[in-house]
Design a protein around this ligand. Structure first.
Ligand SMILES: Cc1cc2nc3c(=O)[nH]c(=O)nc-3n(C[C@H](O)[C@H](O)[C@H](O)COP(=O)(O)OP(=O)(O)OC[C@H]3O[C@@H](n4cnc5c(N)ncnc54)[C@H](O)[C@@H]3O)c2cc1C
Length: 505
């Protein structure tokens, strides 16, 4: 297995929240070790004392505030906020300063509930707390995580986060803008390019801000272009050295101003949906139908982030991303999922929900959408539960009586996993041809259709004009990666390959 495949395997088996908790904890542990051995010029007792206060306040606030605000909480999110604060606030020991850090932690967690619209917070909580402590001159953030000795840790962790959340474009625009502005300003001060770039990476929180904080889902705009502008804006402000009266452009101010941009361009809601019914489509596949989201303005193929009321989630947390499996304008909003043994507490709770139960959904996003040109020939390749975005697209075609030329290669390991046969029947007159492929032929002797791995020969045989088509791949990350490789080998340009990776399987 290639190193990149090993990394993807690791990332596929860990949720984003868990990756952040583990990564930030390791970063902090690394910093404590470096300070204890004299490599990081921070007093170890101060680092330990500050971290203990910040994390304790975050923990208590995270338990109490959701009760006061009758809100749903993501149990990991406050821990992540606390760990980030530990990395950017100055390590201190005096009771006065420690009290201020506690106040900062309270502001950060509190802002998620107080400065929120429909249960969606507007500002990056850690950046907001740092900004308030800085503007009041009580305890300005030092961003010590940007020290040269921390750079290798920050780079490795940051790249893992970017690979996990697939936000390289956002980070690239941030990086380009910040390095461009830093270079222009540096040249004006007669600095060499080498000095400017080395300082940008080694002595500033560039990597930490651009990977861990900038990519926070709640404060990132949904569209690809909006994300690019967001990255450019934060990057340029971050290195601008601008002064607005007595306020200087700090990393936290750059991020908060970026969050204002996100707020202005993002849909401003969180849906509180009621479960209407759940249907078992296959032994381990369920379709859930919710009421309360019929006026959601989305495009088929997009997804939402779903939060379950707090019970006692396992280490994977109480939020998941699920593609919408219904058409825009349908009375009910559908999702479908597959369960596993041993499964997560989230899935168990979801499957046990009773009609009338409330679930919160938000963060509509996704660029896995059909082209506007109806004459574009298309191939869908779905791996198991990766079928969900295609269900939404097919239902929309039926609803709008839209004619397209689409071949759906539907790969399952068991024939019972083939779902939504009625949708495929109804979509056939509108140009959707379904080819089911049983990848594990041993499971069913009576199967009449195609069996085995979808390889180049099978694709060329089943889709004769394969070279002219645009490809949409949806399913577990390893599945998608595999078929991107196959298509690239067939010389299909990467511009004609659109992917939806169900990371987490
Ligand atoms: C853009 C996008 C769209 C998506 N759309 C959908 C969709 O429409 N439908 C859908 O089902 N999923 C979708 N997903 C994936 C979804 O978000 C979850 O990651 C996925 O369903 C796995 O859920 P789970 O973590 O609850 O694990 P489970 O489904 O319970 O299990 C998955 C695997 O992890 C193992 N596992 C579970 N819990 C633990 C644990 N605590 N410790 C160790 N191993 C464990 C299981 O044994 C199993 O092998 C999408 C993801 C993305 C990024």
């Amino acid at each position: 297995m290639k190193p990149v495949q090993l990394i993807d395997k690791f990332l596929n088996n860990i949720t984003m929240y868990r990756l952040l908790v583990y990564g930030l904890s390791l970063l902090l542990a690394g910093a404590i070790l470096c300070s204890a051995t004299g490599k990081l010029h921070i007093a170890t007792p101060a680092l330990l004392a500050s971290s203990a206060v910040i994390l304790t306040v975050c923990y208590i606030a995270d338990r109490l505030l959701p009760i006061l605000w009758e809100a749903y909480a993501n149990n990991y999110s406050s821990l992540i906020t606390g760990l980030i604060l530990c990395c950017i606030l100055p390590p201190v020991t005096s009771p006065h300063d420690l009290a201020l850090e506690g106040a900062g932690a309270l502001i950060a967690v509190g802002s998620k509930y107080i400065i929120a619209r429909h249960h969606k917070h507007i500002f990056n909580p850690a950046a907001l707390a740092a900004l308030i402590l800085g503007l009041t001159s009580l305890l300005p953030a030092t961003w010590w995580i940007g020290s040269p000795v921390m750079l290798p840790f920050a780079v490795i962790f940051g790249l893992l986060v970017l690979r996990k959340v697939r936000r390289f474009q956002l980070f690239t625009s941030f990086l380009v803008a910040s390095l461009f502005v830093a270079t222009v300003l540096g040249l004006m001060h007669h600095q060499t390019i080498t000095y400017i770039l080395t300082t940008a990476f080694k002595s500033s929180p560039l990597m930490f801000l651009g990977t861990v904080m900038l990519t926070e889902p709640s404060t990132t705009p949904p569209g690809v272009w909006q994300q690019r502008i967001y990255g450019l804006l934060v990057g340029a402000l971050f290195t601008s050295q601008l002064k607005f009266g007595f306020v200087s452009a700090t990393p936290e101010l750059a991020l908060i101003l970026g969050n204002v941009f996100t707020y202005l361009v993002s849909p401003k809601y969180k849906l509180r949906l009621k479960l209407k019914s759940k249907t078992r489509l296959a032994p381990h596949i369920y379709d859930f139908s919710f009421v309360g989201g019929h006026d959601l303005d989305f495009r088929p193929g997009q997804y939402l982030e779903w939060t379950l009321p707090r019970t006692k989630p396992d280490s994977r947390g109480n939020r998941r991303i699920f593609s919408i499996a219904s058409a825009p304008g349908e009375e009910e909003l559908h999702i479908a999922t597959k369960t596993y043994e041993p499964g997560s507490s989230f899935k168990k709770e979801l499957v046990d929900l009773r009609p009338g139960a409330v679930i919160v959904a938000g963060q509509l996003a996704g660029a896995f959408v059909l082209p506007k040109e109806l004459d574009q020939k298309i191939v869908f390749i779905a791996g198991g539960i990766g079928i969900t975005p295609f269900v939404s697209m097919a239902k929309d075609m039926i609803k709008r009586q839209q004619q397209r030329d689409i071949v759906l290669l539907y790969l399952v390991s068991n024939p019972t996993d083939l779902c939504y046969s009625r949708v495929w029947q109804q979509a056939e007159p509108f140009g959707l041809r379904v080819i089911p492929i049983l990848t594990n032929a041993d499971t069913e002797k009576t199967w009449q259709g195609l069996t085995g791995r979808l390889d180049e020969a099978m694709l060329q045989r089943e889709v004769r004009d394969y070279a002219e088509r645009q490809y949409y791949l949806s399913g577990p990350s390893a599945f998608v990666e595999n078929y991107v490789g196959l298509l690239r080998h067939l010389k299909i340009s990467h511009k004609r390959i659109i992917t939806d990776r169900f990371s987490g399987y």
